[in-house]
Design a protein around this ligand. Sequence first.
Ligand code: ADP
Ligand code: MG
Length: 396
Amino acid sequence: MPKMSIQDIDVTGKKILLRVDFNVPLTGGEVQDDTRIRAALLTIRYLLERGASLILVSHLGRPKGQVKPGLRLDPVARRLAELLGRPVRKLDAVVGPGVEAAISELTPGDIILLENVRFEKGEEKNDPELARLLAKQADIFVNDAFGTAHRAHASTAGVAGYIPAYAGLLMNKEIEVLSRCLENPGRPLLVILGGAKVSDKINVVRRFLALADTLLIGGGMANTFLAAQGYAMGDSFYEQDRVDEAARLLEESRQSGCQVMLPEDLAVTLELKENSPFDIVAPDAIREGWKAVDIGPETARRFSAAVAQAGMVIWNGPLGVFETPPFHRGTEAVARAIAASSAYSVVGGGDVVAALEQLGLAKEISFISTGGGATLEFWEGKELPGIAALKDKESQ
Ligand code: ADP
Ligand code: MG
């Protein structure tokens, strides 16, 4: 069901409770990477330009319902003020009389940033009282924090029970692109799945087996599939207790008509550390004590050729232990193939995005989802509470 966004309503003069994802890394009391703050600027500027006043709310880290001084949002407020070139009033509480007084003084164009919402015990429990207090003085709720949309928390879902809720521009774009992946993908649709575990992603694998024309599997996940084909995986990381499930998925793929490609060569090493000696072997030649830590060059070539044929590419999970060079090479080769192709590309998941950034190739991707778990759950077809809570678009 399509959701209403801030583009569908008049926001002039409104006091808006805006849920953003300012869960940024801090070092020495300063923001170390402001990517997420920058990502929210689009919606913030859009609303300010139209004469709204903003009450921003975000979590940072995992304070688990307690005040943790190191997780206060003051450094975030300073950075945001710099980026916007206007003052941001940071409050030391999430709700309460001080907050209410500050909100009652808001005039169009003003911005308040509330304290870390996870300092409140009620946040992660989706406590209705906290949600009511958050919503109390705002006219509408806007959610732009796609990365936490899979959590039913007071500031992502609960507040929508009290005031009308709309998608921000970032959230709207996520919903639009990720829905297109499932409902109306470009063809041929190529899906690339890697990362560590099959167990994290069984439902995503199943979903894409039904949907994709071709599915490429690499990373630690491929090891479990190779074990399911009967190969001895030596000392490789794989999930023994998922081998049967992996075999079933391969069986299903034969029925669905999705072509599944597993690695036909692998980079193997005795010890996983930077620049450790390695060998390239076929899956039937992994010796005792060796671990498969990347796809091999022949597999990288086949995967890249498949990318070149695709109309749309969806990618989650790195294809090797990219953090430990030279085992980033398979991931890099496939990223370069995507950069060279004209296919629309969508990448989601924390680590694969980190890999692309490390390789300087993130800008070559058509759309990078800001969600990790949220993106995977969306692709699984689960209803995300933070999206379900938004107003439905009236059908024309
Ligand atoms: P994402 O965050 O993109 O969804 P995951 O969290 O599932 O990805 O997995 C990322 C991790 O998988 C990385 O830390 C990477 O080192 C690891 N990985 C990739 N290939 C292998 C492999 N062959 N053996 C062990 N770990 C691997
Ligand atoms: Mg991850």
